[in-house]
Ligand binder design. Structure first.
Ligand code: PGA
Length: 247
C-alpha cells in the first residue's frame, strides 16, 4: 500500500511575512498523508525552520545538474541538502517550456538529486495540442523513457513522479479522474516493464488545478498517489483541506 503524498509547489510566490503567516496556520494542521512544501530557494531556511516538528518535509523547485562550481545563478543539490531539503521538483512544465529544459536535462537533474540523497519529484505531462492530437501517452512515455535512461525505477521510487497535464496547470481546468488515471496507469505499466516491484512502490502524483473540491475524487483513483499543488497551496487552509482529502 502506497502512502499518499501531497506536495505544495509555491512557484515564484511568497514573502517573509506571507510565509510566516502560512507557517503559523500550518502549525494547527495534522495531515493524514506525507507532506512536502517546495518553496523558492531564498526562503528554504525560513520554511524549513517553520515546518520543523510538523511532520512536513522541505523541498526545492529545481536544482542544477552540475556539481558546485562556476555556474553563476545556479543552485547545487549539495546546497539544498545543506539547508535541510529532502525533496526537489525536477522537470516542471514551466521549466521545460520557459527555460528550455529538455527530457535529457531533466533526467540528469533527477539522477543528480538521487545521487545526493535528495528525493526528486519528476514531472511529466502533455500540452493541449499534444492531447488534442491524441499523442498524450506517447509524449509522456518519451518523457518517462528519458528519465528511465538515467535513473533506474528503483531510484525513481525513492522520490516520486508527477503527472501534470500542461493544459490543467493554473488554468482551473482539471483532468477528469478518468483522464488522469489513464495516464497514471500507463506510467506505472512503463515502470513495471523495467521493475515490477519498484513500480508498485512508486508514488505517482497528479498536478493541475487540484482544489479542495476535486482532490478526493482524484486521489481515490487506484494509480493516483497524491498531488502536486500549485495555486491552492498558497493558502494554508486550502492546502490542508487537500491534504485531508488524501486520508
Ligand atoms: P496548479 O499548479 O495547482 O496551480 O494548477 C500545479 C503545478 O504546476 O504544480
Amino acid at each position: 500500500m502506497r502512502r499518499k503524498l501531497v506536495a505544495a509547489n509555491w512557484k515564484m510566490n511568497g514573502s517573509s511575512a506571507a510565509n510566516a503567516q502560512w507557517l503559523a496556520a500550518w502549525r494547527d494542521v495534522s495531515a493524514p498523508c506525507d507532506v512536502v512544501v517546495c518553496a523558492p530557494f531564498v526562503y528554504l531556511p525560513q520554511v524549513g525552520a517553520g515546518l520543523a516538528g510538523s511532520g512536513a518535509e522541505l523541498g526545492a523547485q529545481n536544482l542544477s545538474a552540475q556539481a558546485p562550481g562556476a555556474y553563476t545563478g545556479e543552485v547545487a543539490g549539495e546546497m539544498l541538502s545543506d539547508v535541510g531539503c529532502r525533496w526537489v521538483i525536477v522537470g516542471h512544465s514551466e521549466r521545460r517550456a520557459l527555460y528550455g529544459e529538455t527530457n535529457e536535462l531533466v533526467a540528469g537533474k533527477a539522477a543528480r538529486a538521487i545521487a545526493l540523497g535528495l528525493k526528486p519529484i519528476a514531472c511529466v505531462g502533455e500540452t493541449l495540442t499534444e492531447r488534442d492530437a491524441g499523442r498524450t501517452l506517447e509524449v509522456v512515455a518519451a518523457q518517462m523513457a528519458a528519465l528511465l535512461a538515467q535513473c533506474p525505477v528503483e531510484q525513481l521510487a525513492f522520490g516520486a513522479l508527477a503527472y501534470e497535464p500542461v493544459w490543467a496547470i493554473g488554468t482551473g481546468r482539471t483532468a477528469t479522474p478518468a483522464q488522469a488515471q489513464e495516464v497514471h496507469a500507463a506510467i506505472r505499466e512503463q515502470l513495471a516493464r523495467a521493475d515490477a516491484q519498484a513500480a508498485q512502490r512508486t508514488r505517482i502524483l497528479y498536478g493541475g488545478s487540484v482544489k479542495p473540491g476535486n482532490a478526493r475524487e482524484l486521489f481515490a483513483q487506484p494509480d493516483i498517489d497524491g498531488g502536486l499543488i500549485g495555486g491552492a497551496s498558497l493558502v494554508a487552509a486550502e492546502f490542508a483541506a487537500i491534504c485531508a482529502a488524501a486520508s
